[in-house]
Design a protein around this ligand. Structure first.
Ligand SMILES: C[S@@+](CC[C@H](N)C(=O)[O-])C[C@H]1O[C@@H](n2cnc3c(N)ncnc32)[C@H](O)[C@@H]1O
Length: 282
């Protein structure tokens, strides 16, 4: 299959405009491989015909979604970057719970944005169960969203192999997973806490429906964006957060460059960003 530079740029722009994902020219081989798969699935052999199909004949966006599903990087596992999660539980979560309790507010909203196959939101649900005293007093929502429709199906199933649970301690594994010949299934009390939904973070209108989030985890997602699309998404995250809400990115991702309205906080050796609301600014 021959992918011309012109077709690569056309496809790249389609993907970027829809999802904010940015493929540099050095990624041409990766993109080519994924397109080959789509062509095989459709029984097509010309990339130009495929680009034409995507541009003019894909009214319901189904093919673009399939292409996106094949281009996303879904690598994840339970308790990934666990030191950061530990700092979240020990410092920010307990602080936030205390504040809320004092105000008589027992609602807690957590959002795993770019949740992939579900390991991150299930990990967060387990951490909440392990950390919150009297968890029944709280109305807890763990929202988990991703743009990849296929990976969300896997997430909802909640069934994982050894690789995914490699960072889970034996005690937690026993308490929150059911082991079987098929793998490790997340127990229903954890699964029931998590709501999965299809959401494109680059869709401003869709994201603007989300509000009052206490803790937003968007780890290892924005690394696939460019500065402009990252900036747009982070501005929407800011609005989605409750005053005093926290945002967590992956280790290699910095927020300060993108949005100066967040306050930098340190928790257990980690940098976290907190939305200081109007009250905080006065
Ligand atoms: C590498 S995984 C990260 C999973 C998890 N957050 C973690 O840190 O382990 C990145 C996920 O971001 C999703 N993603 C990429 N672009 C997105 C977009 N525009 N909207 C929503 N999700 C997106 C991908 O589908 C993929 O599942």
């Amino acid at each position: 299959m021959n992918l011309s530079t012109e077709d690569f740029f056309k496809l790249r722009n389609l993907i970027y405009n829809m999802a904010g994902l940015f493929f540099e020219p050095r990624k041409i081989y990766f993109v080519k491989k994924r397109i080959e798969k789509r062509l095989d699935a459709l029984g097509m052999d010309s990339v130009s015909d495929y680009v034409h199909k995507l541009t003019y004949q894909d009214r319901d966006g189904r093919e673009l979604q399939s292409l996106l599903n094949s281009l996303t990087t879904n690598e994840t596992y339970f308790f990934r970057e666990n030191n950061q999660l530990d700092a979240f539980a020990r410092f920010n979560l307990s602080e936030r719970l205390k504040e809320k309790k004092n105000k008589g507010d027992f609602e807690l909203r957590i959002w795993s944005a770019g949740c992939s196959s579900g390991e991150e939101p299930y990990t967060l649900a387990i951490i909440l169960l392990e950390s919150i005293e009297n968890v029944r007093l709280w109305d807890i929502q763990v929202m988990a969203t991703d743009i990849d429709t296929q990976i969300l199906e896997k997430a909802q199933e909640g069934l994982y192999d050894e690789r995914s649970v490699r960072n889970v301690s034996p005690q937690v594994l026993k308490k929150y997973f059911l082991a079987s010949a098929d793998g490790f299934r997340v127990r229903s009390n954890v699964r029931e806490m998590v709501n999965f939904a299809h959401l494109n973070l680059y869709d401003h209108k869709a994201v603007s429906r989300i509000r009052k989030v206490d803790f937003l985890f968007c780890r290892n997602v924005l690394i696939y964006f460019d500065d402009a699309s990252r900036k747009a998404v982070v501005a929407d995250f800011y609005d989605a957060l409750a005053d005093g809400g926290f945002i967590y990115l992956g280790h290699s991702e910095a927020l300060t460059r993108i949005h100066s309205a967040f306050e930098i906080r340190r928790a257990g050796g980690f940098i976290v960003h907190q939305k200081i609301g109007q009250e905080g600014l006065l």
